[in-house]
Design a protein around this ligand. Sequence first.
Ligand SMILES: Cc1cc2nc3c(=O)[nH]c(=O)nc-3n(C[C@H](O)[C@H](O)[C@H](O)COP(=O)(O)OP(=O)(O)OC[C@H]3O[C@@H](n4cnc5c(N)ncnc54)[C@H](O)[C@@H]3O)c2cc1C
Length: 420
Amino acid sequence: MKTIAIIGGGITGVTTAYALAKRGHAVTLYEKNRYAAMETSFANGGQLSASNAEVWTHWSTLLKGLKWMLKSDAPLLVNPRPSWHKLSWFAEFVANIPHYRRNTIETTRLAIAARQHLFDWADAEGIDFDLKRRGILHIYRDKAGFDHAGGVSQLLAEGGLPRRAVTPDEMRTIEPMLAGSYYGGYFTESDSTGDIHKFTSGLADAIVRLGVTCLYQQNVTAVTADVRQAKVTVSSADGPHTAVFDSVVICAGTASRALAASLGDRVNIYPVKGYSITVNLNDEASRRAAPTVSLLDDATKLVTSRLGDNRFRVAGTAEFNGHDMDIRADRIRPLIRWVEQCFPGVSTKSVVPWAGLRPMMPSMLPRVGRGRLPTVFYNTGHGHLGWTLSAVTAEMVAGTIDQSLGTAALRPSVLQQAQA
Ligand SMILES: Cc1cc2nc3c(=O)[nH]c(=O)nc-3n(C[C@H](O)[C@H](O)[C@H](O)COP(=O)(O)OP(=O)(O)OC[C@H]3O[C@@H](n4cnc5c(N)ncnc54)[C@H](O)[C@@H]3O)c2cc1C
């Protein structure tokens, strides 16, 4: 049995702990908050969406960013104040544009491979997370958006995901409550939605049952390592306390970059802020008027999920503004307006706003695997798809750790199975 520390109790840390504990390792998870999933894994869009696997490294993203630069309610907002981090990230983002096609196909494969693990884990551990397996409908207001989606569909198909074009009439049949006029849509039947916070919390209970030591309210102030071991230091009332492990896995969301740098690794994650609103459907009329099928509106870049009977989540927008967690009224207002326009029968009297920072790599692919040292591993940088990809990347990193520590079982890794 090997001792492994995990830094971070969001979706990536908790799924990694689960995959490692299932393999028989002695796992300790450090989380600075009092509970699991209190940061980016708290109130996201809820989509388990292979159909959203298109990476953003495309010239059209940059052009839109420039066009929206001075519009405070635009879906994409970049603070023009330069910083070395932002400049280096954008330079790498541009350098990844030639890999748009390859990275979109790879992300699709990963998202499909992730699905069954996540459902199996929820079944095995009895986790109710408001799962809805009713598909995701992408909606387009103009021909240009719809035509671009046709090209994306081909890449998704190469990654193994079928989705079909639908007419405005078919869209109304799929989601009768959607108001407004649209050019067309794409429907992915196999996609689903759920509450990331409920799922991660349920799995955090499960890892305790599997013997994982979960250390909450423990702020990791230093991680050091050499070729034999890793040391994790936390601050406490009695002063710093250090524990020694065979290896460490960094799953610290937007804090992973600094921890990696201290270990001699470059993991160029930028915090890309997004917002969500959770509309409480407190009356019967609102519950009837809210959609049950998940949507992605291409023009506004908003995604939706119906969470149980009583909650409707709308999320999106991307803001490049450093580690800023402010919830800005001018960024929340367009989300509420969108609900009022697309679902006029839904009351917006009770709306809970939230902001979170996506841990985004410039390639848009997560960093999964070994670091410079054989005792250091990463499962982080999942950007806009951390919930969708989490189960497969947890399996991948656990498989890599097994191999590195010489504890590999005689089973093929998930990625090998996905690629077979
Ligand atoms: C608006 C919005 C909508 C989104 N919608 C979707 C969606 O529909 N589908 C989807 O798949 N993805 C979506 N995402 C992305 C997804 O939510 C993220 O990729 C995912 O939650 C990131 O998980 P994580 O574990 O990497 O980070 P986090 O959830 O942030 O977890 C990292 C944890 O590490 C802890 N930590 C950091 N430093 C330390 C330290 N020094 N000591 C101890 N603990 C530490 C933090 O407290 C935190 O709990 C969305 C994101 C946003 C912002």
